[in-house]
Design a binder for this molecule. Sequence first.
Ligand SMILES: [Zn+2]
Length: 726
Amino acid sequence: MSEPDVYRMCPCGSGKKLKFCCQSVGAELDRAADLEERRQFDKAIAHLETVLQKGVREPSARTGVRLRLAIDLLRRESAGGAEVDLQKLRELVGDMITDTPDHLEVLGIDALLDLRERGYPGSQKTFSTLLQKTGDHESPCVSSAIIRLASELLSSGHTLAGMHFLRKGVMLTPAPGREAPYKDLLGLLQNVDILAPLRVNYRLMAPANRAKHQSAFDAAQKLFGDACFSDAAKALIPIVRDEPTDGAIWWNMGVCHACAAEEPLAVRAFTAGSGNFADPEAAADCLVMARLLDKPSEEEQVESVAQLFKVEMLSRLLSRLDTVPRLVRLPSAHDHDHDEDGRCANDEPSSTSYLVLDRPMSEVPAGATAAEFASVLGSLDLVSGDPTDGSHAVASLRCHGRETFQSVLAHLLENAGTDLIAMEEPRSLGGEFPEQALFDQANWFPQTQTMAQDVAASRAAAALQIERWFDQPQSLLQGKSPRNAAGVPELQIPLRAAVTLLELFAQRRRQIVDADSVRARLGLPAIPRNAPTFEELRDRGTIFSLRRLNAAAISRDALLPAIYELASINTPWGIPLMQQAVRQQLLPDAESRGHLESSLTTMLERHQEFGLCAETIREIIELSRKRKSSLQSVAVWEIKLMLQLALLGQADELQQVADRVWTYYLPKLPELRTVILAALRQLMPEGPWQSSDTPAQLAGATTAGGIWTPGVEPAAPAGKLWLPGT
Ligand SMILES: [Zn+2]
């Protein structure tokens, strides 16, 4: 037998080397790990229990065996095996703590148990102690307990708290397993469905009278840093009593309560803050936070409703639905032929989707104005049955609003005959504020010919939504519409907040609202722009202050940290700052510069700001030439520029760039041949590229030749459909 490697990681799961951990029971632990790898959890557990019964002399090795046992009990459960006996696990943890009181992994399991038994914020103190003891040490059990907490918080709607713990959890995850949670975190940070202010990593704002309250503020900050959020909020009470008009303290209390998953208290603190900030803009921001953390009341909310149906005969239903004038069948990824029972020829379940419109398509003329576009009332998804398990075809209907749902359902049943059989009562998928629901309204355009026409149509639809917002009654405005609230003095701050919410709801649908012009129409002053120093930005900065920055005047040392923080959060409020950083070539190395340029242009493209995007790309090309970047990366920017020009319908410049790409870049860059040809053929119907015999493949050129290149995926909807957010 070969000598076992004592410098490998200990199989107990402590993250330490075997020699300094459980060497005396190493073989036993290896046996358990081996069984576990083959998913024989019962055998692994029985083996470890036998080892314990025989007795293990050293306390640290004893903990090693028990720790492995605890992990196996939990893994067996999550693999669908026997549920964990909490009493037994509790005893196991108690024994481990007696033997090795400061063992991080043991404390991690302890916190996990506490979370199961008491939930959050019940287990807040346990997690806080855990985090303090853990410091910066990476630890598998601690990080998995924290990530578990984060996912429970996120799935129950406590977004700020969940994001906070997910960040911590990822930081503490040892490298081999970090990838998955890190990806989850990035996904959430970039997820525009979560409104931007709920994705921010908040710090506490310094009190206005800092000198006087330094020690109390330090104490609160320490508690906040240790994830003792409820206590941090309590520690702020003396300051707020002393300085009730310092809105920053109310803001801090709101942030603390939100991180503690105590949203109702957070809403109260933010609301109080809105009445106390001397600065009307900051007061409005407090109201925005209060609104975002509050759930809409039942009578004001617009519910998303869904219902599942059994389909009697799919092929018959599909041919009927195809004749209904208000239904549009969406092109499916793989359109196969269906046999008699609606099954696909290749036996895989197939899906078909329809949109239900508010009017027949034929009533929308070719040159329709936005007001004449059809509105999408709901969607119907049909999935064929699976012959291998004998399951039948099902249909699922989804709509915004109960009334809409009822009318759409009636329309469908009238046309579907007896082929749709309800399998359940209509169920709610959650409600939202009416002013938010307005932006979830999708439109269906008439057939258009060019990308630029599609863009123009979607912009017209977006502009119409904003027009409608002016007449949307809002509870923030005491049930008045923004238009009617405009002249009411006591509604001036709520009105500012309403405009910010408009921006946020539109951002979620990838639209950028010109807040200053909306405010001007409501008689509100433009947002004041300032150029804070780095210290001011750090001490009083919130995501909302991004809108108030004068990017052109801000100093380099204030801009850089703001950019790093911004880079992770996908919000158009950061666009001016990012542009400034690109222009000043602020980032030190080529890689981060590349990322910044790429995320800026991608964001502009996603928000359909194609003009600004083209302008930015021209600047980037100019800068890239000056700093002698690789020809390849410049070429990819040129291709990206072509796409923007096509979307804008700027034929002349598009022709120039296309000629340049064809005559200059293509001969020099054979490795980009496929990408260049695909782009030219897609965007330019006429030219020598169309007759070249090189096979065309569509874009997908995020990495070409091993160096970083910006993505060139087409941003515009390919068909005539424009759904916000897609
Ligand atoms: Zn060990």
